[in-house]
Design a protein around this ligand. Structure first.
Ligand SMILES: NC(=O)c1ccc[n+]([C@@H]2O[C@H](COP(=O)([O-])OP(=O)(O)OC[C@H]3O[C@@H](n4cnc5c(N)ncnc54)[C@H](OP(=O)(O)O)[C@@H]3O)[C@@H](O)[C@H]2O)c1
Length: 286
């Protein structure tokens, strides 16, 4: 039972986890969209439009778990949260059932809960509920910012470096709790077979909470100037400007100061997590 199916295998997390599992003896079946196969250089890659093709069943059969890593944090008219985050999770569950895969591992988001009012979080909560009510065994992780080469948050910063200044919306005193992607891969590997992960929702957060101010300064050093932007302007730009580094939901999540339960993650996983200072070295901006 060392076979694993991964949806969204060409994404930042999918690639990192897939490579790590392949190095650790897992046979990987990667499900990606047409045109995205070349970016996956581990395991066997299969093209799927929306996880509903019957031809997928035979390919993923025998997998110990389905790692559902498809997700979207900015919606458009043609690709909204409900279609991507909720419907594709429903399709993943149906595929698991048809293929006899008993376990699904899902990446939700830190801060998601029943009282969420943000569109992105509502879609993640609905996806979580689909999984919980599916009857499958599951581990739902709620990650803070996952850091590594080409991670989405460093890319937001990197895109601003070329413009000589990096924006901090509002005060920058809100916190995040970054976790290194290689540690995420270790946790996911343990969750595949570890009984202690069964039917659990677990925050996926690093050892230290840092303010966005500090995070940006630590990452960019003297590569660019920092420009504080009034939150009202940042929000206006997020809504109306195609060159805004943030989308409205990115911005709302960033300033919400979500801090997770690191102690629970350590006690369930037994992993020694990379310290904040060391994880910065892995970012593409270091
Ligand atoms: N990275 C983080 O810090 C972080 C934090 C919290 C939660 N998460 C969650 O973790 C998961 C993976 O994140 P990531 O950082 O790896 O994101 P990513 O790099 O943007 O990857 C997203 C993946 O989803 C696929 N996808 C998006 N829309 C799709 C669609 N309509 N149909 C099929 N596939 C689609 C993408 O495929 P294409 O390349 O074909 O678009 C890609 O493989 C997501 O659910 C995300 O919400 C990530």
């Amino acid at each position: 039972m060392n076979k694993i199916a991964i949806s969204g295998a060409n994404g930042f997390v999918g690639k990192n986890v897939g490579k790590f599992l392949a190095r650790n003896g897992f046979e990987i079946v990667s499900l990606v969209r047409k045109g995205r196969t070349k970016t996956v250089d581990f395991g066997r890659t299969i093209i799927s439009k929306n996880l509903t093709e019957n031809s997928l069943i035979g390919s993923v059969k025998g997998s110990a778990a389905f790692l559902h890593f498809i997700g979207k944090g900015r919606q458009t008219v043609s690709s909204d949260y409900d279609t991507v985050n909720v419907s594709l999770t429903r399709n993943a569950i149906i595929l698991c059932k048809k293929a006899g895969i008993k376990k699904i591992i899902y990446l939700s988001g830190l801060g998601v809960d029943q009282k969420s009012t943000l569109g992105y979080f509502i879609s993640k909560f609905k996806a979580e509920q689909e999984i919980i009510q599916s009857g499958l065994d599951y581990t739902i992780f709620r990650p803070s910012y996952i850091i590594g080469k080409n991670d989405p948050l460093s890319q937001i910063l990197s895109s601003q470096l070329s413009r000589d200044s990096v924006i901090i919306p509002g005060s920058g005193r809100y916190r995040l709790q970054p976790i290194l992607v290689s540690d995420v891969a270790k946790v996911v590997m343990k969750a595949i077979h570890g009984k202690q992960f069964s039917r659990k929702i677990i925050d996926l957060v690093g050892p230290q909470a840092v303010t966005y101010n500090r995070f940006v300064r630590d990452l960019i050093g003297d590569k660019a100037q920092i420009k504080y932007v009034d939150f009202e302007k940042a929000y206006h730009d997020a809504l109306h400007s195609s060159v805004s580094p943030f989308g409205v939901d990115d911005l709302s999540i960033l300033v919400s100061d979500y801090i997770g339960d690191y102690g629970k993650l350590v006690s369930i996983s037994g992993i020694k997590f990379t310290k904040y200072g060391e994880m910065l070295q892995a970012s593409c901006l270091s």
